[in-house]
Structures are given as C-alpha cells and as structure tokens.
Design a protein around this ligand. Sequence first.
Ligand code: CTP
Ligand code: MG
Length: 181
Amino acid sequence: MGLLGTVAVAVWAMLPAYVPNNVAVVVGGGAPLDGGRTWRGRRLLGGGKTWRGTLGGWFAGMILAVLLNVLQPIADQLLGLGLPAFPPAAAVSLPLGAMFGDIAASFLKRRSGRARGAPLPVVDQLDFVVGALVAALIVTPGWFIATFTPAVLVAVVVLTPVLHVATNGIAYVVGLKDEPW
Ligand code: CTP
Ligand code: MG
C-alpha cells in the first residue's frame, strides 16, 4: 500500500470516529451526563457533556459507518485502495469510543481544575482517537488488526490533530463552537 492508500484508509476507517464530536457540537445541549454532580468540589464532567450531544454523536457515527459500507464497493472498485467496510461491532464501537474518549478528557480537565471549554492541547486533539481505537480493539480485535496496520496508525495519529484543528477552527468561525479548540 502506498502513501496515498495508507492515508485514504486512515481517514476512511476513522470517519465514524471523527464525525461524532462535531455532531455533538451541533445537536448538544440540555441535560448534562453528570446530572450536575460534583466530586471534591468540582463538576464530575461539566455542562459541556450532554445526553443529547453524546447520543446524537454516537448515532451519527453509526449511520455514517452504514453509509460508508454502501459506498465501499464502489469506492474500492474506482480507487482500488483497499478501503475497509465496517462490521456492526466496528460501526458501534468507533463512534461510542470517540465520545467516551472526549468524556474521559473532560473528567481529567475537571480534576485538574480546568473550567468548561478550557483547552488541553494534545489531549483535546487525540482523546477521541484513543477512545475510538481502544474501543474497536476491545470489541472487534480481528477487524482492528486487519484495518489499523502500523502505517495506518501512524497516519491516523499524524493526520487527526490537523483535521481536528481545521474543523474546530471552521466550527468556531461559523459560530457553532465557543472556542476554536
Ligand atoms: N457536546 C455535548 N455532548 C458531548 C460533547 C460535546 O453536548 N458529549 C457539545 C456541548 O454543547 C459542548 C460543545 O459540544 O459545549 C463543545 O464540545 P467540547 O469542546 O468537547 O466541550 P466543552 O464545552 O469545551 O467542555 P469541556 O471543557 O468539558 O471539554
Ligand atoms: Mg472544548
């Protein structure tokens, strides 16, 4: 697989993990996951992690995986890059893991005294990637190992922060997000 193929597989395989956080920004709001609970004087997660955003993001990622499965035979025939299809276990675990990674980062931010929306460089850009990859590895190890070869993993880790900074910058400029990170 050449560089183009590696990058294409990395982006394609991670799309169901990229989209949930962006959808959460759009549909989020309402009741927070932590129900307003605090721990040691600080919010457990904070008001930025809501039921609507989390479930909306998860479902959007699953729907996208189903859509990509429909496109996969055509895209693969046209490009011949070996783009993967998403078995149900991958379609469910990638977006759920992405949301969970972002939630876990919120938990860490609150423990370290950061207010809602405060940036935490590197963690902000990679929390959802680590969450998605770990979830897929646990739920569907065979698919994970076949899809995320070492080269594809490197491409994911290098490309994701770039894509994340770009999409969040756009979301900030068009007024969807309060901060550009
Ligand atoms: N959002 C949501 N539910 C999630 C994740 C995000 O509703 N599980 C929505 C919230 O409206 C949130 C916005 O998307 O304010 C931006 O997400 P993010 O930057 O991840 O949250 P922050 O508000 O910055 O909160 P935190 O400091 O806890 O990361
Ligand atoms: Mg934020």
